[in-house]
Design a protein around this ligand. Sequence first.
Ligand SMILES: [Zn+2]
Length: 684
Amino acid sequence: MPNAKQDIARLREEIERHDRLYYVEGRTEISDPAYDALFTQLKALEAEHPELVTPDSPTQRVGGEPLDGFEHVAHAVPMLSIDNTYSPDELREFDGRVAKGLAGEAYEYLVDPKVDGVSASLRYEDGLLRLGATRGDGKTGDDITQNIKTIGAIPLRLHGRDWPEVVEVRGEVYWPRDRFDAYNKKREKEGVEPFANPRNATAGTLKSLDSAAIADRGLSFVAHGFGEIVGAAFETAAEMFQAFKRWGIPISTDAKVCKDIEAVIQFVERWDETRKAIGYETDGVVAKVNRLEQRDALGATSRYPRWCIAYKYAAQQAESVLRSVDFQVGKLGTITPRAVMDPVQLSGTTVRHASLHNFDQVERLDVRIGDTVVVEKAGEIIPQVVRVVTEKRPKGAKKIAPPKRCPVCRGDVTKDEGGVYVRCINPACEAQIKERLKYYCGRDQMDIEGAGDVLIDQLVDKGYVHQYADLYRLAEHRGEMLGDTPPDGLFEPSERKLDRMGEKSIDNLLAAIVRSKKQPLSRVLAALNIRHVGGASAELIAERFGTMQHIAEATVEALQEVDGVGPEMAESVRVFFDSAAGRETWEALYREDVNMTQPETRPRGARPLAGKTLVVTGTLEHFGRKEIEKLIKDLGGKTAGSVSKKTDYLVVGEKAGSKLDKAEKLGVTVLTEAEFIELTEDSE
Ligand SMILES: [Zn+2]
């Protein structure tokens, strides 16, 4: 026991050290797998010694039970907003007011980039994170501690010893670009619309009542100020920043002390270039009087502190005339309208196209063909239409109607909830087929080894595959793919030969395709890429209905009886199986002998060992050690390595040793192998 305690403490410190290196200093000393291994070790130890789990353990970041709602919390020190300026002259005016307020005293500024995120306040008491809160109206916010704890950049306990009794850290929760993109890819794979904008998605994430569901999003945090502090005094904000850094709280690595407002203006100009190359969105720079005493002397208006100003970079805008709208089909079939305009210069590039996002947006803007539109390039790389100059609208400007058919395949389209998106529902749509095939062959779906992105592009481009079922007829074209057999019809042999594919790789591919026919129904269902149906839901549905035929016939109500299937998902499953294309898709696979049944598993819910901890000792007659451990897990229980007061049952085989003695001493129920089998069968 003392060893476990020490090991746990050592692992936690090690993990926290690596977190600090990564989030505060921006470097790493170990590989991801090595970091994960530390984490796994800690988790295993804590599972064996649940009494040693504390709320500040790094393992506690995974999120907790969903909440019914958020508690309101009053901020000890209000969270004011910051006044904005848009020009160097406005900055100089601000500086004039500061100089006047300080009546000739010398002063300097602390500047740091304005991260485009969501404000949050973190309250540490005795070094432990006690409260994470939203800004709310500035006086009262929501208690979002559970969600805050899932953010790896935020320490659950402060590092070192010199932190004060109470410190409230104020800062910005934001979504780094790379993690945002990675998460969006995942959403697309699951058939969910990707998030449009990192800031709004961050706000939505922080408002989620289910912290466990957001733990993997990869949000980050950067501190820019403080609220209440008890038990410490700092002279300047720069000193405070240094302390944050020591305690393991990330601050901007670009923060800087500037001697005067001209130095601030220089920083602003330089940062405008730098900010485009960094991994998160910033829309300005904040300058604050550095000395805290001087801040107090300057005070605040009812809305803004007088010692602080934000410089915001203006979004680049230009006017042009909308000539037409074309429709683009995404890989999930989403049809997005795109403005085609007279060429116009914007942020140094010639722009002809701008995003209109969706048809809701088209209606909201009331944009028509022939209109003069204002396009803007802000954080986003793709310019967008932000408004119509209605005064310049010509007579007969034409309204824009959503397409009635898919512009690529002429297939049926459907409108989403609220009519925001229009979507092509033809699974054989060429615009979607490549991406769908890649997903179909993916490791978590049909797991066809060798069917990578480049190969699938070739298979589609060279006319071999139009729908999933075509994969299973590829063997018929082996000669053509190798360039040996002249093809029939319109193709030249060279047009049909696959690049960089020798005999061996083609045969391996064909074998992998044949093997995939045996995948369980759950994977086939997931591979069909039905909107909202990800791997986990597919498994639940497949287990409930057993065969594809049964799923195809299930009513929306019956589908919703499955745990975790909501109305949206049930509706989406129905739409797929009711559409001619959906039916043809799965029936074609069925004709190719792709397995359409789910192997029998223990019915869900029969978990007689739920919540129980078992220890197994001695040699068993009917089970290997791994086997019985798996069975216990399947039945809802967990196994531990040693007997303690928390053990519910000790299962004993031949030659049981000291564990049996200990169990008897502690009064733990002892089961023979036969009794164990009886216990698990009785309760079914
Ligand atoms: Zn289409």
